[in-house]
Design a protein around this ligand. Structure first.
Ligand code: S3P
Length: 171
């Protein structure tokens, strides 16, 4: 299995950890949100606003299927809602070694405060939204992942070392 897939809630550090992990392994780094934005020529926010969440979720699944055909020696971070859609956990496990970056509610709220790019957290009561979405999603992240790595109060370098050690990606 040559790819490493990072899953987790918005703000769990998938992109920061993923890009540095890829550098360390001399792998290519990809992020499903960026692939979708590049293909559509528009932001996630605009896709949600114009075509709706259902359309975005179809694009996410199609993106994973394309990567299964093409990606080798990649680190891939995926949008926080992607592993939650039925069938996607199984597709991610076909794509590579799936790591869940687990982050507490309080850390997520701190990291995302003031964020305006994530449509699912816009509007009133973002804290309550994080709390209820996390409750629903955590068991699904755990079920999709081969292993779970806690990220709270840790340096990116430590998280990367744990991933390398536990996946055995460098022999
Ligand atoms: C979403 C997470 C976002 C992005 C979209 C929906 C979600 O990605 O895909 O806003 O449903 O959790 P990040 O997890 O990279 O923020």
């Amino acid at each position: 299995m040559s790819n490493i897939i990072l899953i987790g809630f918005m703000g769990s550090g998938k992109t920061s950890v993923g890009s540095q992990l890829a550098k360390k392994l001399a792998f290519q780094f990809k992020d499903t949100d960026r692939i979708i934005e590049d293909n559509c020529g528009r932001s996630i926010k605009s896709i949600f606003a114009r075509e709706g969440e259902g359309f975005f979720r179809e694009l996410e699944t199609k993106t994973v299927k394309d990567l299964i055909d093409k990606a080798e020696n990649h680190v891939i971070s995926v949008g926080g809602g992607l592993p939650v859609q039925p069938g996607n956990g199984e597709l991610l496990r076909q794509l590579g070694h799936v790591i869940y970056l687990k982050t507490s509610r309080d850390t997520i709220i701190k990291r995302l405060s003031g964020d305006t790019t994530r449509p699912l957290l816009s509007g009133d009561n973002p804290k309550e939204k994080v709390e209820s979405m996390l409750k629903l999603r955590e068991p699904l992240y755990e079920a999709a992942a081969h292993l779970t790595v806690i990220t709270d109060d840790r340096k990116i370098g430590d998280i990367i070392e744990e991933i390398i050690r536990r996946t055995g990606v460098i022999q």
